[in-house]
Design a protein around this ligand. Structure first.
Ligand SMILES: NC(=O)c1ccc[n+]([C@@H]2O[C@H](COP(=O)([O-])OP(=O)(O)OC[C@H]3O[C@@H](n4cnc5c(N)ncnc54)[C@H](O)[C@@H]3O)[C@@H](O)[C@H]2O)c1
Length: 252
């Protein structure tokens, strides 16, 4: 088998947490990575370049059409094209958990804005380049929460349900362009954001491991191989799917 030609891949929210683990792993496999984040992208990219990896950092707010257009243009300027997008940026670890009737319209709209408009904006911005690539890969980071429906985060649950539905809609529309669109649904993961906030305490021990076949905490490195597979050429016949990586707490 011929070795696979590396891809040029944008990872949103890649400066920290799960997104950083994704960026590092894909770069270690030889892919060329653009980390796009509200904050810390340059520093994260510089850290990975110190290990000899090909990574650039771009400041971008996924909600801003101007920022994501610049993100796509800068990636093309650096690498000559774009073969993949990982829509990972989202509001999660900073969410206030509360019963749904206490969630304000503003809080609801903000979560929807970052978690659903963000991936939509980024997908639109890179689409011409994925088409040109001829082997485009779009991976949305969803969650198992739309299946498990935990209490006190209705806005987040609804936003990740939308991400799964969006994944299916795009898979249908983009297959003709040889672009696959899939989602990864992580279980509760001890990312930097989770560890640096009190999210672990707020979620509670039960929600973390109850119902998992594999009874241990999930960490970002548990997720990276699933992403590597989905962006690979070998996954060219896999599209519209949601891959739960959660120690077996849901069966999709
Ligand atoms: N940690 C978990 O338990 C868990 C579980 C299921 C799914 N997820 C999903 O995994 C992804 C990463 O989660 P995490 O725990 O690493 O989160 P995190 O909060 O640690 O990291 C999120 C990253 O996204 C960036 N970001 C936030 N808003 C942005 C914006 N508007 N534009 C650009 N970048 C922005 C942040 O700066 C940060 O670097 C998210 O999509 C999250 O919903 C997380």
């Amino acid at each position: 088998m011929k070795p696979e030609i590396p891809k040029r891949i944008i990872v949103t929210g890649g400066a920290s947490g799960i997104g950083y683990a994704f960026s590092e792993h894909l770069a270690q496999l030889g892919h060329r990575i653009a980390i796009a984040d509200l904050r810390g992208a340059d520093e994260a990219a510089a850290r990975l370049r110190e290990s000899g990896l090909q990574v650039i950092g771009l400041r971008a707010d996924v909600v801003s059409e101007t920022d994501v257009a610049a993100m796509a243009a800068a990636t093309v300027a650096e690498y000559g094209g774009i073969d993949g997008l990982v829509n990972n940026a989202a509001l999660f670890t900073t969410l206030a958990l509360k019963p749904f009737e206490q969630i304000t319209n503003q809080e609801w709209m903000r979560v929807m804005e970052v978690n659903t408009l963000g991936p939509f904006n980024c997908a639109k911005a890179v689409l011409p380049h994925l088409r040109e690539s001829g082997r485009g890969r779009l991976v949305n980071i969803a969650s198992t929460v739309p299946i498990k429906a935990p209490s006190n985060m209705a806005h987040y649950v609804a936003s990740k349900g939308a991400v799964i539905a969006f994944t299916r809609a795009l898979a249908r529309e983009l297959a003709k362009d040889h672009i696959t669109v899939n989602a990864i649904a992580p279980g509760f993961t001890l990312s930097n954001g989770v560890l640096q906030t009190d999210m672990q305490d707020r979620i509670g021990e039960n929600a973390r491991t109850t119902g998992r076949c594999i009874q241990r905490d999930q960490v970002p490195s548990d997720l990276v191989a699933a992403l590597a597979y989905l962006v690979s050429d070998g996954a060219s016949f896999v599209t519209g799917q949601t891959h739960a990586v959660d120690g077996g707490s849901v069966f999709l």
